[in-house]
Design a protein around this ligand. Structure first.
Ligand SMILES: [Cu+2]
Length: 272
């Protein structure tokens, strides 16, 4: 029912791209990581590529050393083994060089780690609560209108909150919907906004993860974990629970509609 409202709103406001552009962000047959749509995910991808450079250089060097050593010191050309046991210069070189390489890797890693943890004055706060086996979301900043048509539950004190269940493929309306990723009520978030997500659980361990936004946070009962997002592109983004949480662990997807700020406010005032 809620999803019908979302759909009606998106059609009403001419937000083609809200529902139609789904396939744009699903890159079938794509290798490696999904494209990033937050600065953090772009940073993760870049760091991954940078470190892969060092990995391949080291791999090549070690393989070459092994081959050369085995070849030069083979028995047929070295009947009497050498009695050299150590050399100060080479030992300094093979200690200092890896240290420098590690430093070159560590500096950008720390920069990225600390920026992932940075909240940067969030403008909106959304709470994601894991359940066996669905997610529910709560917009803790706002109170809804609580009128006759309101879907707000009384238990959350008028905070806008809703459940997000997976839609079975037997119930799909059209071919753009994705098996095991479609939900009845997607999470709607504005782009170009500092968003704080609070992640927790109502029963067992879950994990709220959306790869193309570069976020993954454990949902722990009795604990409020925090992560921040700055989505820089409108579109539909998908994620899945990433902590084995029971029988239907694979059937509690996350779907995010990232919309412009004005679309977000329109949705907000129209629906709630
Ligand atoms: Cu789960």
């Amino acid at each position: 029912m809620l999803s019908d409202i979302f759909k009606a709103v998106s059609i009403l406001w001419g937000n083609e791209g809200l529902y139609e552009s789904t396939s744009t962000f699903i890159q079938e047959g794509k290798l490696f990581m999904q494209d990033g749509y937050t600065p953090i995910m772009e940073g993760i991808t870049n760091l991954h590529n940078d470190i892969m450079f060092f990995i391949f250089v080291i791999l090549g060097f070690v393989c070459w050393m092994l081959f050369i050593t085995v070849y030069i010191f083979r028995v047929s050309s070295n009947e009497r083994p050498t009695n050299v046991t150590h050399g100060t210069l080479i030992e300094v070189i093979w200690t200092v060089t890896p240290t420098l390489i590690l430093l070159v890797i560590a500096l950008p890693t720390f920069a990225l780690l600390y920026s992932m943890d940075e909240g940067i004055e969030p403008e909106i706060t959304v709470k994601a609560i894991g359940h066996q086996w669905y997610w529910s979301y709560e917009y803790s900043d706002f109170y809804g209108s609580m009128d006759a048509n309101s879907t707000l539950s009384e238990s959350d004190g008028g905070h806008v909150a809703f459940d997000s269940f997976m839609v079975n493929d037997a119930d799909f309306d059209d071919w753009s919907q994705l098996r095991l990723l479609e939900v009845d009520n997607p999470l709607i978030l504005p782009v170009d906004t500092h968003i704080r997500m609070l992640v927790t659980s109502a029963d067992v361990l879950h994990s709220w993860a959306v790869p193309s936004l570069g976020v993954k946070m454990d949902a722990v009962p009795g604990r409020l974990n925090q992560l921040s997002m700055f989505i820089n592109h409108t579109g539909t983004f998908y994620g899945q629970c990433s902590e084995i949480c029971g029988t239907n662990h694979g059937f509690m997807p996350i779907k995010i509609l990232a919309v412009t700020r004005s679309q977000y406010l329109n949705w907000w005032f129209l629906v709630w």
